[in-house]
Design a protein around this ligand. Structure first.
Ligand code: SAM
Length: 385
């Protein structure tokens, strides 16, 4: 499993400060924790949920988090008198083999949307392996919602530099790449150009598939030229508890996702736009695609068809693609020699200092200083540890 996004301590602080978010997780935890129960906090960050679980009477809490920020939890546990009730495991939950499953599992592994990195696979693994039958999973579910939008704020990045720049230059070759690039944003309700539609529900008690494919029909709420689709989530942390990340709700750290339309068409309430949204997990990140057909009135033939995806936002250099081809024959280089020498020196006994000295002795013509040798060795070894 690839490593999750790393947050700074300041980033974790922003999450703790985000009132609607914390209130919903706090209330769910307070309700789930009974005196003497056991809790696992997956993606503990600096351990806010662990400390709250102890405060509500948990007998034992396991904090699982690969990022170094979790080391602060030891000080915080001590400062709050919970030191003997918290176990810190620096790593991934999928590598954790507990003696006994927990009564409660809490996590918030989402990004802008809940379909983010290995979130779903992590929850499926935790639910099946780390939670006792009948135990409580927090959160319970997410609803992915969307609406058409007409947003100058978002649209300007797609249209202006490439189509209407003020330098009198033709930059239109950039437009189709910008039009396939999703944006993290926060829009006001005035930007919505249709009613909100439910796109999908992710029920963490039953979900197995990390991928999503859903077709949704949007009807404009007025005469408008929508320039994209806005998607967000409504989260349920426990029955009757949660928050919405919709435009008009208190602002959350997550943001919303704007998916631009490549073609702008004026439409009205009698028209419809059918969007098939797909999210496919590839090597630890989601590839989003949004295929949209615009229909006028009762016409069965679309007036516009857009086949858009994040993949199309990248300029693909033939040179960069070639090195991934099966037929590519890599050529031996000086860099390969250095790396293979460093790796050959690892014997489980020699410290980095000795390996760096050996590297300098062997490749003195290429490595100017002992510091450079140290940096090369430390960087290569760091890739494996
Ligand atoms: C959004 S932060 C949440 C931090 C903290 N729980 C909070 O709510 O303030 C998500 C954290 O999950 C961690 N993470 C992601 N996948 C994980 C996994 N499989 N096991 C443990 N931690 C994971 C990331 O390193 C990140 O620090």
């Amino acid at each position: 499993m690839s490593s999750p996004t790393v947050y700074s301590v300041a980033g974790y602080g922003e999450m703790i400060l985000n009132e609607p978010r914390m209130a919903a997780f706090d209330a769910a935890l307070r309700q789930a924790v009974t005196p003497g129960c056991t809790v696992i906090d997956i993606g503990a960050g600096t351990g806010i949920f662990c400390l709250l679980a102890c405060k509500y009477g948990a007998a034992h809490v396991v904090a699982i988090e690969p990022a170094d920020g979790v080391l602060l939890l030891r000080d915080m546990a001590r400062a709050n008198g919970f030191n003997d009730r918290i176990t810190i495991l620096q790593g991934l939950s999928t590598d954790y083999r507990p003696e006994r499953p927990a009564d409660v599992i809490i996590s918030d592994l989402r990004g802008t949307l809940p379909l983010f990195e290995h979130h779903i696979a992590t929850i499926v693994d935790a639910r099946d392996r780390l939670l006792r039958p009948g135990g409580t999973l927090i959160p319970i579910s997410d609803r992915i919602c969307g609406a058409l939008v007409q947003s100058e704020d978002c649209g300007k990045y797609v249209e202006q530099p490439w189509k209407t720049n003020s330098f009198g230059l033709d930059l239109s070759a950039g437009h189709r790449f910008a039009a396939n690039h999703s944006q993290k944003t926060y829009l006001k309700p005035e930007a919505l150009a249709s009613s909100t539609q439910d796109i999908a529900v992710l029920d963490y008690r039953t979900i197995t598939d990390p991928n999503l494919k859903a077709k949704t029909v949007f009807r404009p709420n007025r005469k408008v030229t929508p320039n994209g689709l806005l998607i967000w989530f409504d989260l349920t942390t426990a029955e009757g508890i949660g928050f919405s990340n919709a435009p008009g709700q208190p602002e959350l750290v997550y943001g919303q996702t704007f998916l631009p339309f490549e073609t702008l068409q004026s439409v009205g309430p009698e028209d419809r736009i059918e969007v098939t949204l797909s999210a496919t997990l590839i090597n630890g990140s989601y590839e989003w695609s949004w295929f949209s057909d615009i229909f006028r009135g009762t016409d069965e033939r679309p007036v516009a068809r857009m086949r858009q995806s994040g993949f199309k936002s990248h300029v693909l250099s033939p040179a960069r693609l070639t090195v991934k081809s099966n037929a590519h024959v890599p050529q031996r280089s000086a860099k390969h020699e250095l790396d293979s020498f460093i790796l050959s020196q690892i014997d489980g006994k020699r410290p980095i200092r000795e390996i760096a000295d050996a590297l300098s002795a062997r490749f003195g013509d290429q490595i100017e200083t002992p510091q450079k040798a140290h940096d090369l060795v430390a960087a290569l070894i760091g890739r494996y540890e």
